[in-house]
Every structure is written in structure tokens, then in C-alpha cells.
Design a protein around this ligand. Structure first.
Ligand code: AGP
Length: 612
């Protein structure tokens, strides 16, 4: 999404703006620009397509642009292709109003027609140019102040915006307005700062104002006045950012969740490498003897939430590669149900925190029954890690966002290693086949990075679909297992209701819920089942569904059925969902961001459910 910055002070603005935009690069962009005033009515606007370096080159790193008041923008194209012409800042034809914007003006077409009828012309394809000329229109129509003009415009605008505006008649001021898109403001030593997010101004000030929805600000040099939509002055309490930059630093990401999504390649690689000895998967260090592994007649995997979804996926892999029957149980059910447990069984408890009450209780129940227990845990020294007979630590590192991503992926790898190792010990997999599987697992981190490079397409799709009310995820086999996780991610951070369904099960009732425009996300990585899933896609499509396909490169026929298709690199089907889960995580993230929600701390949720 776009990034915005603003500066009004005593230093040269251009260098501050470019530095701030650099801190926001993680937000994804395809062009950038700045507008700076030197106290006169003339402003200098410089824009460049592509990376920020191009803008820095055009401005000699800001040195060629003089002035101490300015705004800047990195654009991620939503309306109008990436180009210098479409890059922000945009301005009214006489330069009266100049502005940048992060968000989407949903009714920009109707506003554009209104302005065209009133003699305005347009040089770009952007919704932002429309918004800025609408402010100009009201400024001239009511001959009022910038606040009046902005008020009138915001009443007409539908959509989301973090808007920064400069007016020719007010050369020493910047105006800002916000709805749904992120924006913060800060002051220090007689200077003022505006940005999409803290990292862009943290080096200048720790005193920030979180401007609310439908609120505006007049930004002078070191002083800011806030207004509501009626133009009445309001007070906003400043907050002090007390992050320890090291510990809480999101590395420039807007949310810990996005940071952790991007840490998955490392989490996967580190977890895998912890299980590799002398070039092959070797879990002897877990403490289970080869004889115990050979004598296993049953595995129970017990967990909650996303960890449970890992168990559902692991069931397919362990049964297929190690030929051991696997039952997957919700810990909250397992702990209370009378289950006749096989004696030659291993109970695997999967838990990121190692403190989930239901999972800990399930572990204790298994131990009471004298069953061997293995914990797959991310937090070293946690209760489950300490109490299980054996523990496989995932190497995901601290996971801050409530919605798990990198820990889930690390747990999947741990389960894959167990499946391969058990398969080799039990003679179901040759050493050569084991080496092939290891090769496939070792390719996953780079393949995840490749998926992350293309995340803007999912962001675009999410911005189009984020008003959805009911979303269905469908898949067969392990694709079904990953739809469970995709559905939970969407629900828990975007508050959009969704359901994961085994694709073959839809026709047994739930398909009656499919209506015109219902979003159905279909996962197709399991080669042997793709044709079956495609027929389920046709079934829902014929009932009006809007279909997204998630499949591996090469399966381009999916585009004949799906309205939007996203691709992941090809890999061994046993491990494909380690890749398929990444677009689903990103989709949920972008849904939540476009709905202006607290991605890292969703309502009602805790990172670790340490109570029943
Ligand atoms: C997943 O995004 C949720 N945060 C939640 O389902 C979580 O996976 C579940 O509570 C289990 O937590 P644990 O892995 O720490 O035991």
C-alpha cells in the first residue's frame, strides 16, 4: 500500500521526506514523489516511476529541492498503471492545491464527472487527482479556509484516505485528513512530522498523535491543530513511543504480522537445519529410540487453533511417508473425552507458546495413561516443552503478532521432518528418497521468498474484496488442511466470516449458501486431486461464486474457471502447503489492513490461551 510523509520545520524538507519514504518502502510501491515549498507560493514537485533511488537521483538526494515545508509519497497503484504521470503528488491545474493520498476513493468516477461538468480536466488516471481537485473546487466555490474546503470534500468522498494537502495561499502549512488508512503526526523542537507509520519519524520524535477517523489537522512548524469533520477544533492527546527500537522494531514493517510473514523463510530454514545431521534428516536427538519408532502403532496429534491445523496436514504426511495411523484431536475435546488410547502410541502436542491450557491438559492426560509424549514447541522452557517426554523445538524466534504465521510454518516443517525420519527408520522410505524429500524441504525458503515478492497482487485483490461478508475456502487432501488455516487467519484478523470446506463435501448442504458474488477461494496443489477440485469450482461458479484459484505455476487452465488466480512454485505435494499458506496469510493481512483493523492485536484474542 502507499506510504505518505510530511515535514514542516526549519530544516530542508526534501532530505527528511526522502528518508521517511525510505523507512516506508516495505509498504510496497511502484513510484514516488515529493512536493516542497520554500515559504513562497511556488512549489517544486518531483516525481519518479520505480524505486526511490530514481527520485533521489532526480533531486540529487533532495539537495536540488529547496524549502522547509513539504509532502512525499510512495505509490502502490490501485487506479491507473504505475507511471510518473500517475505518481503523487497531484495538483490542481493552477497549483492551488497539491496533495498525496493513501487509500481508495470508491466514488471517484462520479466525483470526476461532477468536476468535468464544472470545467475541470484531468491529466492522470488516479482517484487521488480527483480528490485533490474536489478540494480545490470547494476552496474556490466557498472562498473559505482550507479546513472548510477539506470538510466539504470529505463529506462527498466515500472510501479510505490518509490525505496530505498544501495550499498556495498557505505556503507555511500542511493539512492532513484521515479515514481508515493509517496516519500519525509528531512534533519535536519546533518541527512537525506526518507519516503513514512510526518508523518514518521515529528518528525525529517519540511524541506522536494518532489522528482518528474523519479528523483533520493543520500542521504548522512545531505545532498542530486538530479538527473534526465539522471544522471544530478538537484535542488529541500525544502519545510517547516508548518502544525499545531493537526489541519492538518491526524492521520497518507496518505490523509484526507482516514482519513475521517475511521471517518465514528463515523460520523454515532454521527449523529444518536443526533436524539435519550429516546431510540427512536425523531426529535421534529427540530421544525416541529407533525400536520405539518401529513399534509405533498409532500417533495422536493434539493441539488448538492453527497448531491443530498443522496436525490435520501432518496426518496426511505421516500416514503416507511413515505408514502409521494418525488421529488428530482438538485439545479441548481430547482432554475430556473418554478415548480408548492404543498403548503403542505416541502423543504429539503441537503448541507455539507451549502454555496453551487445553494442550497442556491433554499432555498431562496422555502422560497419566503412560503414553509417550512429544512436544513440537516454539518457546524454549515453556510448560509443554518441560513436561513432554521429548521435545522438537521449532526455530521460528519470538512471534509477537497474535495471528501465528512463521510458527505455523515452522511447525509444518517439524512435522514433515518427523514423517520423513519415521518413514526412513521404519523402512518405508529409502535413504535416497529421504534425500529427495530433504532437497524439496531445503528449497522451500527461497520459494517462499519468491511468493512474497509478488504480494502486491494479493494486496490489490484484497482491496477489491475486503467488503466481503462470507468467504469460503475449499480444497481436497492437504489442500483442505491449509484451507482451515487460511479461513482462521481471515476470521481472526479481518473479522470476516469464512468457512473452510473439503471441496467434495460442499454439495452435501453448504453449497446452498453460495450466492452471486460469494467469494470462494480454491486451493489446488495436490496434483492427483486438481481435476476433482476444478469440478467443485465449476459447481460454485455456476451458482454465482467469485472464484480465486491458488495453484502451482503451470496449472494455467485454472484461469479458465477462476476469476483471479495466484501461483506458487511447484514442489513435492507433501510440502506444497508450506507454500500455499503464504498467499492465504497475506490475503488475510491485506483484508484486515484495508479494513483499518488492528492486525497484530485482533479483538477478543490473546497470543497464548493459558486459560480454558
Ligand atoms: C492462530 O493464529 C491463533 N493465534 C491460535 O489459533 C493459536 O494457534 C492457538 O491458540 C494455539 O496456540 P499455541 O500454538 O500457542 O498452543
Amino acid at each position: 500500500m502507499c506510504g505518505i510523509v510530511g515535514f514542516n520545520g526549519h530544516h530542508e524538507a526534501a532530505a527528511v521526506l526522502l528518508d521517511g519514504l525510505t523507512k516506508l518502502e516495505y509498504r510496497g510501491y511502484d513510484s514516488a514523489g515529493i512536493a516542497v515549498r520554500d515559504g513562497s507560493k511556488d512549489a517544486t514537485i518531483v516525481k519518479a516511476k520505480g524505486r526511490l533511488d530514481h527520485l533521489k537521483e532526480k533531486t540529487d538526494n533532495g539537495r536540488s529541492v529547496i524549502g522547509t515545508c513539504g509532502i512525499g509519497h510512495t505509490r502502490w497503484a490501485t487506479h491507473g498503471e504505475p507511471s510518473e504521470n500517475n505518481a503523487h503528488p497531484h495538483c490542481s491545474d493552477d497549483g492551488n492545491v497539491i496533495g498525496v493520498h493513501n487509500g481508495i476513493i470508491e466514488n471517484y468516477q462520479e466525483l470526476k464527472e461532477k468536476l468535468l461538468r464544472n470545467g475541470y480536466t484531468f491529466y492522470s488516471e488516479t482517484d487521488t487527482e480527483v480528490a485533490i481537485k474536489l478540494v480545490d473546487y470547494y476552496y474556490k466555490k466557498y472562498l473559505g479556509t482550507p479546513v472548510d474546503a477539506i470538510n466539504h470534500a470529505l463529506v462527498r468522498i466515500r472510501g479510505s484516505y490518509a490525505l496530505e494537502l498544501m495550499f498556495k495561499e498557505y505556503p507555511d502549512e500542511i493539512y492532513a485528513a484521515r479515514k481508515d488508512s493509517p496516519m500519525i503526526l509528531g512534533v519535536a523542537d519546533g518541527e512537525s512530522f506526518i507519516a503513514s507509520d512510526v518508523p518514518a519519524i521515529l528518528k525525529h520524535t517519540r511524541t506522536v498523535y494518532y489522528i482518528g477517523n474523519l479528523q483533520m489537522a493543520r500542521v504548522g512548524k512545531g505545532e498542530i491543530t486538530f479538527y473534526n469533520l465539522d471544522g471544530d477544533e478538537i484535542e488529541i492527546e500525544p502519545k510517547t513511543i516508548d518502544w525499545d527500537a531493537e526489541a519492538a522494531e518491526k524492521s520497518g514493517y507496518e505490523h509484526f504480522m507482516m514482519k513475521e510473514i517475511h521471517e518465514q523463510p528463515k523460520a523454515v530454514a532454521d527449523t529444518l537445519h536443526s533436524a539435519v545431521k550429516d546431510g540427512k534428516i536425523d531426529l535421534a536427538g529427540l530421544g525416541l529410540t529407533e525400536e520405539e519408532i518401529r513399534e509405533l502403532q498409532q500417533i495422536y496429534i493434539v493441539a488448538c487453533g492453527s497448531a491443530y491445523h498443522v496436525g490435520v496436514a501432518a496426518q496426511y504426511t505421516i500416514e503416507d511417508l511413515a505408514d502409521i495411523p494418525v488421529r488428530v484431536e482438538l485439545a479441548s475435546e481430547f482432554r475430556y473425552r473418554h478415548i480408548p488410547l492404543a498403548q503403542n502410541a505416541l502423543v504429539i502436542i503441537i503448541s507455539q507458546s507451549g502454555e496453551t491450557a487445553d494442550s497442556l491438559a491433554a499432555l498431562r492426560k496422555a502422560k497419566e495413561k503412560n503414553l509417550k509424549t512429544l512436544g513440537i514447541v516454539n518457546v524454549i522452557g515453556s510448560s509443554i516443552a518441560r513436561e513432554a517426554d521429548h521435545v522438537f523445538y521449532t526455530m521460528a524466534g519470538p512471534e509477537i503478532a497474535v495471528a501465528t504465521t512463521k510458527a505455523y510454518s515452522a511447525q509444518l516443517i517439524a512435522a514433515d521432518c518427523i514423517a520423513v525420519y519415521f518413514g526412513m527408520v521404519r523402512g518405508r522410505i529409502t535413504e535416497e528418497k529421504g534425500a529427495e524429500y530433504l532437497d524439496a524441504l531445503e528449497s522451500l525458503p527461497k520459494q517462499i521468498e519468491k511468493i512474497l515478492e509478488d504480494k502486491e497482487r494479493l494486496q490489490w485483490f484484497a482491496s477489491k474484496q475486503s467488503n466481503a461478508h462470507d468467504v469460503f475456502f475449499i480444497g481436497r487432501g492437504m489442500d483442505y488442511a491449509v484451507t482451515l488455516e487460511g479461513s482462521l487467519k481471515l476470521k481472526e484478523i479481518s473479522y470476516v466470516h469464512s468457512e473452510a470446506y473439503a471441496a467434495g463435501e460442499l454439495k452435501h448442504g453448504t453449497i446452498s449458501l453460495i450466492e452471486d458474488g460469494t467469494l470462494v477461494i480454491s486451493v489446488l496443489t495436490q496434483k492427483a486431486l486438481i481435476e476433482k477440485t476444478v469440478s467443485n469450482m465449476v459447481e460454485v461458479k455456476s451458482r454465482g461464486a467469485y472464484l480465486m484459484g491458488l495453484t502451482t505455476y503451470g496449472n494455467y487452465d485454472i484461469e479458465d474457471v477462476a476469476d483471479f488466480t495466484t501461483y506458487i512454485p511447484d514442489t513435492d505435494p507433501h510440502f506444497a502447503i508450506s507454500l500455499a499458506v503464504v498467499p492465504l496469510q497475506l490475503l488475510a493481512y491485506y483484508f484486515a489492513v484495508s479494513r483499518g483493523l488492528d492486525v497484530d492485536k485482533p479483538r477478543n484474542l490473546a497470543k497464548s490461551v493459558t486459560v480454558e
